[in-house]
Each structure stands twice: as C-alpha cells, then as structure tokens.
Design a protein around this ligand. Structure first.
Ligand SMILES: Nc1ncnc2c1ncn2[C@@H]1O[C@H](COP(=O)(O)OP(=O)(O)O)[C@@H](O)[C@H]1O
Ligand SMILES: Cc1ncc(COP(=O)(O)O)c(C=O)c1O
Length: 262
C-alpha cells in the first residue's frame, strides 16, 4: 500500500436513492486523489427528509466486526477519518473508541467531524445524540463543520450576528478543536448565506448567493471537500474555504437549473 496516497476512512450513511453521507462524500474525495474506505452507518432507501424511512441501521457489533477485519488484515492505516450521520448515542460512543484506535495506528490521523444533527431549527436525529457529540466526539476532532443550528446546539449560544458567531466558534475551539467551520449561517441578508472558518487565530468569512431551494447532502459534501482541500493546500485556511465554496456553488447552481427543467 503506497504511503504517499492519502487514505480516508469515511463512516457515514448510505442511501439507495439520492446523495447524502457516503453518496455525497466518497466520489468527490476519490476525484481529488484520495483512497476512500467507506463504512455505512445506515442503509436507507432515501434520506430522512422523505415521508417513509425504510432500511436498516448498522449494529454496534457489526461495526466492531468491520473494524476488526481492517485491523486483522492490517489495512487500518488511515491519514484521515471523516464521520457524519449517526442515529444513536451508543454508536457515537463506539465511534469515539474507533477514533482512539485509529490514532494509535497513526498519531497524525486527521479527524473531520460533521456533527449531523439537524438544520433550520429542527433536529433530524434523536435528541440524546447531542451530549455525545458535544462532550465526547467533537473534542476528539481536528476539524468540525457544523451548520449554524448544530453549532448553536453544541454551545447553547445563539448566532444572531458576527460577534455571536465568533463567540460560538471560540467556544468550540475551547473544546480542543483546532479548525472550526460554520458551513452556513443566516448572517447574510435573506439573499445570501455566510460561511465562517477559523483556525490558529485566523478567521475567514465567505458570503454566497442563496439559491431559492433546500438541499440535503450539501453538509456532507462540504465536510468531504474541506478535508480534501485542507490536505491539498497544506492547511491554507483561506484557499481551502474558497475552493470548497466554489465547488459547492457550482453544484447547487447546476442542481437547481437541472431540477427546474424536470
Ligand atoms: N440554498 C443554498 N444556496 C446556496 N448554497 C447552498 C444552499 N444550501 C447549501 N448550500 C451550500 O452548501 C454548503 C453547506 O450547506 P449547509 O446547509 O450548511 O449544510 P448542512 O446544513 O447540510 O450541514 C454551504 O456552505 C453552501 O455552499
Ligand atoms: C441519512 C442521512 N444522512 C445524512 C444527512 C445529512 O445531510 P446534510 O449533508 O444536508 O446535513 C441526512 C439529512 O437528512 C440524512 O437523512
């Protein structure tokens, strides 16, 4: 196995129809030059915004077995770990143990955590997930990419203006997270979305036009792209944020145009 190619373990959801979780993250990471191993925390027919949620959730013992297989076959060396959608506190607590195991194998492992809990003021995972992200999993992350709602949940602080956003970001840094990115906030006017990235005392803000639609899977894609561009720019925060947002804007605009045609 070449040690030069960055290797990502992506522990996220899988959906048969649509693009969220690993369906949003794996291909873009591969296109950007990463080897990606994927573990599906759930296998649903669609994302949970649909009326009927059908499929199954990976049991802890099944997760344990997959990790054991990687370790026994000595293919558990990763440069990066990325995690997203998880439905149970128990699976998240197990994830914390997995992170520690992978960091024992590679102490330089970069862990990117997208604390998927909800959006627009509404949680779409069980509420008892929140304290596990806040107190156990997020403190283990090198990079986190919450949206505004998820950042407010984890800090108990509102993002009403830029000062509020920077206070929330600082509170998340205080949990030990080196790079904190609010993937979207409502700090723009109604026509714009604002993203904020903060690391090592630097902060960058990008304002982008808001497309008149609601997208699902964009947060997972954001996290995957942020992982990739952080690596490819040698952690140049400004360049990383610019390239992530540029890619996402292309995708959401293109999706919107194509969707309107249907
Ligand atoms: N309606 C939208 N218009 C323009 N860009 C969007 C829109 N929704 C999402 N995005 C893009 O996707 C990124 C992540 O979106 P976000 O809503 O924060 O993710 P999630 O809530 O799924 O975690 C944003 O930074 C933005 O670039
Ligand atoms: C199964 C599943 N995975 C992931 C997500 C996260 O999507 P997003 O990237 O929009 O946060 C969702 C959101 O509904 C979901 O239902």
């Amino acid at each position: 196995m070449s040690e030069d190619i960055p290797r990502v373990l992506s522990i996220q959801s899988h959906v048969v129809h649509g693009y969220v979780g690993n369906k949003s993250a794996v291909f873009p990471l591969q296109v950007l030059g990463f080897e990606v191993d994927a573990i599906n925390t759930v296998q649903f027919s669609t994302h949970t915004g649909y009326k009927h949620i059908k499929g199954n959730v990976l049991k802890n013992e099944e997760m344990e077995e997959l990790i054991e297989g990687l370790i026994l076959n000595e293919v558990d060396y990763y440069t990066h770990l990325i995690t997203g959608y998880s439905r149970s506190p128990e699976s998240l607590k197990q994830l914390a143990e997995i992170i520690k195991k992978l960091k024992q194998k590679n102490p330089q492992l970069i862990y990117v955590c997208d604390p998927v809990m909800g959006d627009n003021g509404k949680m779409y995972v069980p509420e008892d997930i929140l304290p596990v992200y806040r107190d156990i999993v997020v403190p283990l992350a090198d990079i986190i990419t919450p949206n505004q709602f998820e950042a407010e949940l984890m800090t108990g602080m509102p993002v009403k203006d830029l000062d509020g956003a920077l206070k929330v970001i600082e509170a998340l840094h205080q949990k030990g997270v080196k790079t904190v990115v609010l993937s979207s906030t409502e700090l723009g006017d109604g026509d714009n979305i604002v993203a904020i990235a903060s690391s090592k005392g630097e902060q960058y803000i990008i304002k982008m036009p808001k497309v008149d639609a609601t997208f699902t899977g964009t947060g997972d894609l954001f996290a995957a792209l942020f992982l990739a561009w952080s690596y490819k720019t040698n952690n140049n925060l400004k360049l990383t944020l610019e390239r992530v947002i540029a890619t996402l804007q292309n995708i959401v605009q293109d999706t919107y145009q194509k969707a309107r045609v249907l």
